[in-house]
Every structure is written in structure tokens, then in C-alpha cells.
Design a protein around this ligand. Sequence first.
Ligand code: URA
Length: 221
Amino acid sequence: MSTLDYSVDPVFGPPVGCRACPRLAHHLDSVREKEPDWFNGPVPSFGDTRARLLIVGLAPGLKGANRTGRPFTGDYAGDLLYSTLRRFSFSVGQFDPNADDDLELDDVIITNAVRCLPPQNKPIGSEITNCRPYLAGLIDRLEHLRGILLLGRIAHDTTLTTLGLRRADYPFRHGAEHGVTDRITLFDSYHCSRYNTNTGRLTPELFDAVFAQIRRRLDET
Ligand code: URA
């Protein structure tokens, strides 16, 4: 396992204080005023730089990644994601929702399509476009990459664009597997948000099935 050093590798995320997206920058300014002790910035990727699996989420949650500075840490989506990762042996150590832990990811790295907190959890097109070079940089950097788990349609679409692929050729469908290069397979899943589990669109069992499929594929290679 190896851990990223964000301070010396700008490829892994926008610079601290990035204001490329005015709407996001203003939103973060207002959250920062109320909650000066929160992270309130572009959240770096977290995980193993030698990973075969990349997980792409949507964007930091207000009281989750935007508070703690670590993707999916501190909200419901993260509780489900990190407990699933543990069960499928993608992590070691304890997970703490305040990121006050010794958790390390093994063979997986987690990032977001958009690195800054969007209002109402909904990034707009220009924000997704502005953040895409950081996803591209990360994908380029992961020399052992074999699979990308795309949590929701925005992650799916921006990753296809990043890879120069047409959406029409690879429609989003929960549980779908798309072999896009001789090296990389994309795996689609509904996002593990509280909304999706409350409405029954995604159950922990359905989420497990996606990870079982990923494990099988990784173990085959
Ligand atoms: N937290 C994240 O970091 N990303 C998501 O997509 C949701 C919650």
C-alpha cells in the first residue's frame, strides 16, 4: 500500500483556494463563514496509489467530505461505502466518521467527479467540466488501474468523457460492466446515498453484489 502526499502532487486535485468555479467558490465562502473549522475546500482523493480499483463519487457532502476533508467520510453514503470496502477486504484499520482513524485503503482509491461542495449536492455542467482534468490526471497516474466503479450517472458520464468514449456506446445501468480498453473495465452502480437507500433504489445487498462482481474480476486478472 502507498498513501498519497497531496502537498507535492497537484495532479490529485485542484489547488487549495481554487476559484475556477465561481458558484462553488462562493458557496464554500458562505459555509466557511459559518463553519470555519471544517475543511471547506477541494477534497483530495484518498487511498492506494498502486490501486487496481478507482471509485468515482459525485462531490463532497456538506457534513461529510466537506467537513472532514476525506471523500465519503462523515455521512451516510460513506458509512455504507467504507463498511462495504471493509467486507470485501479493500481496507485495513478502523474507520471513523470524523477521519480520526488509522484507516488505509488497499488496492482502491476514492475520488469525486467534482472536488468542491456543490449547493444542494448538484454540480452544474461547467463545474463537472472544470474538475475533469483532475480525474484525467488521477486515471493517468494509476499505473495498475484495472477497474473503475462509477457511483451514479454523473460519475459515469464524466469518466466516459475523460476516457474519450461516447455515452451512447456505454449506457449507465446499475450492475453493468463495460470493458472499455484491454486494461480497464467500468462498473456502474447507483450512488450509495441515503436518498437511494431510503427509496429502495439501492439496497446494501445490491451494493454488495456490485463489489462481489468487482472482486471476481480483479481476482481473475
Ligand atoms: N461524499 C463524497 O465524497 N462523495 C459523494 O459522492 C458523496 C458523499
